[in-house]
Design a protein. Structure first.
Length: 311
């Protein structure tokens, strides 16, 4: 080392500096350097390409130029805390950013603090585009949410399916038994529905099921739960309701449905319902009594509500 002249040391330093700059420029990930106030002093080509800006459009601008307005104050504060803090590396974080063309993307940003030629700290930020990964994650989440929904809900009407509905009834029965509160159920189906399918087709039949379900839901209380048992047969759970009030509620449902025109064909339908109410009863017994009452309504001429006899 004694034979190395200051000129040689300077030349080696210059080569090292140039090599570092070349590495930064050639890096496949976006890199920028900001001064203590957050203004951009260096951006590499990958950074410019990602955001859609030319280098001269970015240099001298505050780094939040690529951040949605709602996040600018937060990121500026974090920048200041990091510049003035003791940590030399910033935790990797996920952020939404906005490109020049307005496109919103998602990045992973990681930063390090270095010392500039003037002795002041600088922040070097490395960004990785994870937009496609986030979009894929969102699509997978939506698909999983859809599967989860279908596991508990009827695909056509959107209300609880038979399996989930019977589980819900079990829970309500336990709650009723525990607190000694009344509980009623109403089982109903649409009268002569097969004739509608045969005459107008299953597409129109499905529309009627959707619209009737919505009409019934609008007529019921928010605490009542409608379930599609299958086909045109439905179950309504009415917590905290005795048989008399359940009958009144179902008579109201029956009238509203019977007075409403459904689908573009302005078709009308009627329903027959059976009501059962017990403070203590098994799911099977409760449904069996409601089913028998509904059958009695059918046998009595349809378009009516029958209350099961108490046990």
């Amino acid at each position: 080392m004694d034979n190395v002249l200051p000129k040689d040391i300077y030349q080696r330093f210059q080569r090292t500096q140039r090599n570092t700059e070349n590495v930064i420029k050639a890096a496949p990930l976006g890199i920028c350097i900001t001064n203590p106030q957050g203004y951009l002093e260096m951006v590499n080509p990958a950074y410019c390409d990602f955001y859609g800006y030319r280098e001269e459009e970015l240099l001298g601008q505050h780094f939040t130029i690529v951040v949605p307005e709602a996040h600018r104050a937060t990121l500026s504060d974090l920048h200041g805390l990091f510049i003035n803090g003791e940590e030399i590396q910033e935790l990797r974080q996920e952020w939404e950013v906005r490109c020049k063309n307005g496109e919103v993307r998602t990045i992973i940003a990681e930063a390090a603090r270095i010392e500039g030629d003037d002795g002041q700290p600088r922040k070097v930020t490395f960004i990785v585009d994870i937009t496609q990964r986030k979009q894929l994650e969102e699509r997978l989440k939506q698909a999983n949410d859809r599967l989860e929904h279908l596991a508990h809900h009827d695909e056509l009407t959107g209300i609880l399916n038979r399996r989930a509905g019977l589980q819900c009834l079990e829970q309500e029965l336990k709650r009723s038994s525990r607190y000694g509160s009344p509980l009623s159920v109403a089982m109903f189906d649409l009268d002569n529905f097969k004739a509608i399918n045969d005459t107008h087709g299953h597409g129109v039949g499905d529309q009627i099921l959707e619209e009737v379900t919505a009409t019934v839901n609008q007529t019921l209380r928010e605490t009542d739960i409608q379930i599609r048992l299958g086909g045109e047969e439905f179950l309504i759970i009415m917590p905290e309701v005795n048989a008399e009030d359940a009958q009144i509620a179902m008579e109201r449902v029956r009238r509203v449905v019977g007075q409403t025109s459904f689908t573009r064909q302005a078709l009308t339908v009627t329903l027959s319902a059976g009501v059962a109410s017990y403070v203590e009863a098994s799911t099977t017994r409760l449904l069996d009594h409601a089913d028998k009452a509904m059958y009695q309504a059918k046998q009595s001429g349809r378009d009516r509500v029958v209350v099961a006899s108490s046990m």
